[in-house]
Design a protein around this ligand. Structure first.
Ligand SMILES: Nc1ncnc2c1ncn2[C@@H]1O[C@H](COP(=O)(O)OP(=O)(O)OP(=O)(O)O)[C@@H](O)[C@H]1O
Ligand SMILES: [Mg+2]
Length: 118
C-alpha cells in the first residue's frame, strides 16, 4: 500500500512542519511554492456586508509525503495538522490519495519498498 499525503500550508509554517515530520520516520518528501485559495476565495475584506466576487490567489506551500500504511497516513496527517495550526482562516488543508505504484530509479524497486529505506 502506498498513500500520498498532500498538505497545503502557510509559508511561515513550513519549518515547524518539517521539524515535526523530522521527529517521525519520514523517508522523503517534496515541497513547492504554490498559489491558491480556499472557501474565502482568498478575500481580505467584505464590502458593505457583501462578499467580493473576485478570487484572489494567496501564496502557500504544498508538501507531499508518501507513506506505506494507513497507520502512517494518520500519523502524518495529525503531525502536519498540529504543526501547521494557528487557528485562523487560511491555515490550509490536508488531502490523502491512494498511489498505484512507485519506483526507485536506481534499483528499479517498485511498490512500498521503493519508498522505504533499503
Ligand atoms: N477545495 C479546494 N481545492 C483545491 N485546493 C484547495 C481547496 N481548498 C483549499 N485549497 C488549498 O488550500 C489552501 C488553503 O485553504 P484554506 O485554509 O483557506 O481552506 P478553507 O477551506 O478556506 O479553510 P479556512 O476556513 O480555515 O480558511 C488554498 O490556498 C488552496 O491552495
Ligand atoms: Mg480559507
Amino acid at each position: 500500500m502506498i498513500i500520498k499525503v498532500e498538505a497545503i500550508i502557510r509559508e511561515e509554517k513550513l519549518q515547524d512542519v518539517l521539524d515535526a515530520l523530522g521527529e517521525m520516520e519520514v523517508h522523503g518528501l517534496t515541497c513547492y511554492q504554490v498559489m491558491g485559495c480556499g472557501t474565502q476565495r482568498g478575500m481580505k475584506s467584505y464590502v458593505r456586508g457583501h462578499q467580493e466576487v473576485e478570487i484572489h490567489m494567496l501564496p502557500k506551500i504544498k508538501l507531499e509525503v508518501l507513506v506505506s500504511s494507513e497507520e502512517w497516513e494518520k500519523k502524518t496527517m495529525e503531525t502536519i495538522q498540529k504543526a501547521a495550526y494557528t487557528g485562523n482562516i487560511g491555515d490550509g488543508k490536508i488531502f490523502s490519495y491512494d498511489v498505484r505504484d512507485a519506483m526507485r530509479i536506481r534499483t528499479k524497486e517498485t511498490g512500498p519498498g521503493a519508498i522505504q529505506p533499503e
